[in-house]
Design a protein around this ligand. Structure first.
Ligand code: OXD
Ligand code: MN
Length: 581
């Protein structure tokens, strides 16, 4: 018996399903699943002409986002999970979590979902097998990964796969756990059908487990989009950018160039996860391990992201959006005025107050449907990076863009990133939290060790990408965003590429290199001089007021914090003080 068969047999004995189905990923299988879900109410059909091949799923109202407080790293030693992760001992997981799987699939079907993360046939791809009792999860995994027979063929009789056990359980948050065993490379998830908790290839494998594998094997698993930027004359650059959840990664990855006519083109490689490795040429190479997009729907409109709008025009699974009586999906930001006959995300007639679509409602759609995909998005070797960008959502403090002085300083900039929380995870929205490299909820091990790994990777790169920080979200005294964002973000990307090539002017500041006003193209934006200055301003006293909080954050890592980062904070503090006198 093959190792994967042995594991499925063992799990069957605990789960006790009525039926076992090995998924082949075919169209016929998907049609059967969809038919069943339409019958049992898991899916609702949508308008055959205005949303062809698309469906709506309404999740349980208590199961609409990632639940970080119920997400655990079950390493043998608590210190290996580190201070930013919830830790559960493997023993406690066996006693508290595993029993929730006992008989959990009685009366249900157990689906075996073999999948590949990364392009098929790429030397950097990895295999996973998810067991689930949710047909919705199967349908989503088919879009988000290379799922089915091809994965099973690639796996063969190998033991080298990440087993992931998922059951909806009773969907109660009291019995919901998402547990990762980094040493065993195993995932258990019970009590949630929500994407980030239940599609185990995504956050659980491609970030949390993959980050631990990457550290051992000398690569990196990051919460980053990857985009391709073509300059007039055909020169091509790739940029990877890390932003916390729901901060515009998908919009940036699918940016429509306002300067297309002049030969500046932007294409998409990935919108959420990047696996990075040093190449033989000393550069850092990036692969998107996913095959689809699981994106935030609200705010997706003709001005903000026309490429996403075109992508989701058909063959899309919508989760928790609103819908008209005749089945046209709708969400805040789709167009100016909501249709009259809307049913909200919970299936109730919408009275015009509150949100019609849930703020974390999602689309699941195949990447190949996106008109802006790069011809290299499935390149088995990936694409070489010219720049890495970190970004947060900050109403104050952070300027539009700055460049770090070198890789080590870039690691410091990433490690000290702060951002206001969003609806992508349950909990308060709009509170500033440290979210290093946008990996706070996704790093599968001690984040102090993760910083050390970043520093080590820099030493392995003869030609490292330049590292930047951006903030599209600075507001004025009336609380309005100053920077227009979306397509205009290209102007900032162009400054970065010029910097990476050793051109474009910048001013030294204590936090890094900020563009001189004339180095950025402001033409046609209609921004006043005061607005331009606000966007580029580095207010030393504001930054100084962040230092104690950053220090307290760093202190949590004790002796696992690399000395370079401690030194970086000391240098920042001294620089800020110097100018203040
Ligand atoms: C996501 C997230 O779903 O970051 O990508 O929450
Ligand atoms: Mn994400």
């Amino acid at each position: 018996m093959k190792p994967v068969e042995r594991w499925v047999r063992q799990m069957e004995a605990t789960l006790r399903p009525d039926r076992v189905v090995w998924c082949d990923g075919s169209q016929a299988e998907n049609s059967r699943l969809v038919e069943g879900m339409l019958k049992d109410g898991t899916l609702h059909g949508l308008h055959p002409k205005r949303a062809p091949g698309s469906y709506l799923h309404r999740s349980h109202p208590s199961d609409v986002a990632r639940t970080e407080h119920l997400t655990f790293i079950a390493s043998r030693a608590r210190e290996d999970a580190g201070p930013t992760n919830n830790w559960m001992s493997p023993q406690e997981a066996s006693e508290r979590v595993f029993p929730l799987f006992d008989g959990a699939m009685r009366g249900r079907t157990l689906y075996v979902v073999p999948y590949v993360m990364g392009p098929l046939g790429s030397p950097f791809s990895k295999l996973g097998v998810e067991i689930t009792d949710s047909a919705y999860v199967v349908a989503n995994m088919r879009i988000m990964t290379r799922m089915g027979q091809a994965a099973l063929d690639q796996l063969g009789a190998s033991e080298d796969f990440v087993p992931g056990l998922h059951s909806l359980g009773d969907l109660s948050p009291d019995r919901r756990f998402i547990v990762h065993f980094p040493e065993e490379r195993t995932i258990w998830s019970v009590g949630s059908g929500y994407g980030g908790n239940a599609l185990l290839g995504k956050k659980c494998f491609a970030l949390r487990i993959a980050s631990t594998l990457a550290r051992e094997q000398g690569w990196m698993a990051e919460h980053m989009l990857i985009l391709e930027l073509e300059l007039p004359g055909g020169e091509i650059h790739y940029v990877a950018a890390a932003f916390p959840s729901a901060c515009g990664k998908t919009n940036l990855a699918m940016l429509v160039s306002p300067f297309e006519a002049q030969g500046y083109k932007v294409r998409t490689v990935g919108d959420d996860i990047a696996w990075l490795r040093p190449g033989p040429d000393g550069r850092l190479w990036a692969v998107n391990p996913e095959a689809g997009f699981f994106g935030v729907v609200p705010g997706t409109g003709p001005e903000t992201n026309p490429n996403a709008l075109a992508t989701i025009a058909r063959d899309t699974i919508f989760t928790n959006v609103a819908v008209t009586k005749d089945g046209v999906p709708w969400w805040e930001g789709k167009d100016k005025s909501p249709p009259a006959d809307l049913v909200d995300w919970q299936g109730k007639a919408w009275d015009g107050t509150g949100k019609a679509a849930h703020p974390n409602s999602r689309f699941t759609v195949a990447a190949r449907q996106c008109p802006s995909m790069s011809p290299r998005w499935e390149d088995p070797h990936g694409v070489p990076l010219s720049a890495i960008v970190f970004g947060g959502r900050r109403a104050r403090i952070a300027p539009l863009v700055f460049e770090s002085r070198d890789w080590v300083h870039g690691v410091f900039v990433g490690a000290t990133m702060g951002s206001e929380t969003t609806a992508a995870a349950t909990g308060r929205v709009g509170v500033v939290r440290r979210d290093p490299m946008a990996m706070l909820p996704f790093c599968g091990y001690n984040m102090g060790d993760y910083f050390a790994h970043w520093l080590r990777m820099g030493r392995a790169l003869a030609r490292p990408p330049a590292v930047f920080h951006v903030n599209w979200f600075r507001t004025d005294e009336h609380g309005r965003f100053v920077w227009p964002g979306f397509g205009e973000n290209l102007r900032v990307l162009l400054w970065m590429i010029e910097r990476a090539k050793g051109k474009a002017a910048a001013d030294e500041t204590p936090i890094g290199l900020v563009p001189t006003e004339s180095a950025l193209n402001w033409d046609g934006l209609g921004l006043s001089a005061a607005e331009r200055q606000l966007l580029l301003k580095v207010d030393r006293s504001e930054w100084a007021s962040e230092v104690p909080e950053i220090r307290a954050f760093f202190d949590r890592f004790g002796d696992r914090l690399p000395a370079e980062l401690d030194a970086g904070l000391g240098a920042l503090e001294r620089d800020l003080a110097k100018v203040a006198v």
